[in-house]
Design a protein around this ligand. Structure first.
Ligand SMILES: [Zn+2]
Ligand SMILES: [Zn+2]
Length: 256
């Protein structure tokens, strides 16, 4: 049984179909799904929580994507702190830094990311980090603001081996999406090969990043299986072994 450790199934892409999407995930051997808040606007957080309250195998996270860091003020942080107290909220995020798109000014992204690191520490929750082209700054902030006790996962990892090692040293897990199934992703598959399975998560980041052979269509948690199969092939182990270890990893961090 696999866990899709990062999916935005509360999104409008699944309106009216969530039940069917969850049923297909179960049939594909996906035992739990983490509904990640913060992609879009504040409502994505409350919607993730309401899904988690409806379905026992769904858990929620609360945060705000670095794209929208410019929209996070004192009121939003206060509201997120309240939401984080819900028993089905298992992490803070997604948050982080995205220097590829730069949808929010970098200075603002860094300030808000630091706020979320502090929220994770205050609440005792782990953190779900989005990082694109910002490995140095993310590692620096996790180190300087995290106080040495912060734990979490770098989701949708697309960096190099050195960046991955810096995160592992900080005690973080590394999560891979369907990108590792793409034809041109050989350098990333090489990173997978060199990392210990004991520090790896699998995720879909649904509705985005649909793995081969469904690439080009909407993604959904059932397809996390293709990510698991690709890791199994890279590491010359069975899918069952990948499922067993990555599920244990997610349980260890998120307590689900
Ligand atoms: Zn992300
Ligand atoms: Zn995401």
């Amino acid at each position: 049984m696999l866990i899709d450790s990062h999916a935005h199934i509360q999104g409008k892409e699944y309106a009216g179909e969530v039940e069917a999407v969850i049923a297909r995930a179960r049939e594909a051997g996906v035992e739990k799904i983490i509904a990640v808040g913060g992609a879009g606007d504040m409502s994505s957080n409350t919607e993730a929580i309401s899904l988690a309250k409806t379905f026992p195998d769904i858990y929620a996270t609360v945060g705000m994507h670095p794209h929208d860091a410019k929209d996070v003020g004192t009121d939003e942080l206060k509201k997120l702190k309240e939401l984080a107290a819900d028993p089905k909220v298992i992490a803070v995020g997604e948050t982080g830094l995205d220097y590829y798109y730069d949808h929010s000014p970098r200075e603002v992204q860094r300030r808000v990311f630091a706020e979320f690191i502090h929220l994770a520490q205050e609440t005792g929750l782990p953190i779900v980090v989005h990082e694109r082209d910002a490995a140095q700054d993310v590692a620096d902030l996790l180190r300087t603001e995290g106080g040495g006790t912060l734990r979490g996962v770098i989701h949708c990892f697309t960096g190099n081996y050195e960046a991955a090692c810096a995160y592992l040293e900080l005690g973080f897990y590394i999560s891979f999406t369907g990108i590792i199934t793409f034809k041109n992703a050989e350098p990333l598959r090489e990173v997978v090969r060199r990392l210990p399975l004991e520090r790896i998560f699998v995720e879909t980041d649904s509705p985005y990043l649909t793995p081969v052979p469904h690439r080009g269509r909407r993604n959904e948690p059932a397809y996390v299986r293709y990510v698991g199969e690709t890791i199994a092939k890279i590491k010359c182990v069975s899918l069952e072994e990948v499922a067993r270890v990555t599920t244990q990893n997610v349980r260890e961090l998120f307590g689900v």
